[in-house]
Design a protein around this ligand. Structure first.
Ligand code: HOZ
Length: 430
């Protein structure tokens, strides 16, 4: 086992002053029955902990690091911007540039507002949907995670699900009662909800490819169905593309599937690793926002020049390198390696991948929603996590999280990962 003495000491110190020792629960390694390591530095596809252990990283700061860690284009852009001032609270030119880029990339976006996190983006998209439609209820899907917004912490995914707290304490029943939670990929449940409550439903919000309960794909026709039923009932369709946006394709899932939501929540990649979120959509809806419209939303650090500069630099570099196409190629190599490993051990574990996002489920058969994921062998996952970590590969510490590949993952890194995966699987299943 790798030595992690310094990490252990830091974690003990952290627990005295930070609840649970972490600033975000998914980092606590609870579902794999262990303690987190503390990071010293990150470069390319590699991270090093404070004890000097080197790992190939497939968490990528939970999605933003699409070029790899600390790419020089981003560092240069941030350094340059910082010399002009780190925050203004007054409009700056970077805000216009990134807004134009987002509008040009994302099919549904005519106007966009920048915020500081994905949570802010989904929170405000919902407020805007309610303000625009004059209705209160929201449909969300079990296992989808949209940040820690009160009314969305109901049957939530990611850390909430990992820690067995999909319905958070502290959310008044009155708020929660405005959220209708339904199983993903089950059109009949949505039909029934609209039959009963059609006039009160402001919006459906979903991750079009749910990626906070593993990585799940919509059945054929499902997203089209959601588009049609929302239109029919005068409700909005909100895609949460915080994870998939600028990642699975330049324009996110909506580009891949050719469906235009009314509003889209974004984040992660467009911040280049700095704190950023955004939401955008049809101009007519976006103009309901203050100062033009009646729906209020604000933020001292929104449109922060360092974050904007980092995001612009990252997106431009992706363009320059034909990044999305290359990520598909690297992703395919990764998938081939995993499937070879599974063949070698004679197991047909379910593996999902789209471009540079993936999830290996420790179960066989179809995974269509979070109820299916609950059939995974969590003990096998836990063993796999520690075994691969010990061999120098860091996957997310929960079966409910997706993995991320970056442009910095070279063929040798992917080969090594395939080897490590095969060896870990052999240990578990032989
Ligand atoms: N959406 C990320 C996990 N799927 C967030 C990371 C966090 O909660 O810290």
């Amino acid at each position: 086992m790798a030595e992690r003495d310094l990490s252990s000491k830091l974690f003990a110190a952290a627990r005295e002053v930070i609840p649970g020792g972490v600033n975000s629960p998914v980092r606590a390694f609870r579902s794999v029955d262990g303690d987190p390591f503390f990071i010293q530095r990150a470069r390319g596809c590699r991270i090093w902990d404070v004890d000097g252990n080197e790992m190939i990283d497939y968490v990528g700061t939970w999605g933003p690091a699409i070029l790899g860690h600390a790419p020089s284009v981003v560092i240069d852009a941030v350094s340059h911007a910082a010399k002009e001032g780190v925050s203004f609270g007054i409009p700056n030119r970077h805000e216009v540039e990134i807004a134009r880029m987002i509008r040009d990339y994302v099919p549904s976006v005519e106007k966009v507002r920048m915020v500081n996190s994905g949570t802010e983006a989904t929170m405000t998209a919902i407020r805007l949907a309610r303000g625009y439609t004059g209705r209160d209820k929201i449909i969300k899907f079990e296992g989808c995670y949209h940040g820690h917004v009160d009314s969305l912490l109901v049957a939530a995914g990611s850390g909430a699900l990992t820690l067995g707290k999909p319905d958070s304490a502290g959310v008044p029943d009155d708020f929660a009662s405005l959220t209708m939670t339904l199983p993903y990929n089950r059109p009949e449940a949505v039909e029934e909800a609209f039959e009963k409550e059609g006039e009160n439903i402001a919006a459906i919000i979903l991750e079009p490819y749910p990626a906070n309960a593993g990585l799940i794909f919509p059945n054929e026709g499902y997203l089209e169905f959601l588009r049609e039923i929302t239109e029919k009932h005068g409700a909005l369709l909100i895609f949460d593309e915080v994870m998939t946006g600028f990642r699975v394709a330049k324009g996110g899932v909506q580009e891949l599937v050719g469906i235009t939501p009314d509003l889209t929540a974004m984040g992660k990649v467009i911040g280049g690793g700095l704190p950023v979120g955004a939401f955008g959509g049809k101009a007519e809806i976006m103009d309901y926002l203050a100062p033009d419209g009646p729906v209020y939303q604000a933020g001292t650090l929104s449109g922060n020049p360092l974050a904007m500069a980092a995001g612009i630099a990252q997106l431009k570099e992706m363009e320059r390198l034909d990044g999305w196409q290359r990520l598909e190629e690297i992703g395919q190599q990764f998938e081939d390696g995993v499937r070879d490993a599974l063949n070698e051990i004679g197991r047909d574990l379910t593996f999902h991948r789209v471009g540079s996002m993936f999830c290996l489920f420790f179960m066989e058969g179809k995974v269509e929603n979070v109820d299916d994921v609950k059939n995974s062998d969590f003990d096998a996952f836990r063993k796999f996590f520690w075994s691969t970590l010990d061999k120098g590969v860091y996957f997310a510490p929960s079966q409910y999280e997706a993995g991320f590949i970056s442009l910095a993952h070279a063929a040798e890194d992917i080969d090594k990962t395939a080897e490590v995966t095969r060896d870990a699987l052999k240990e578990i299943y032989s």
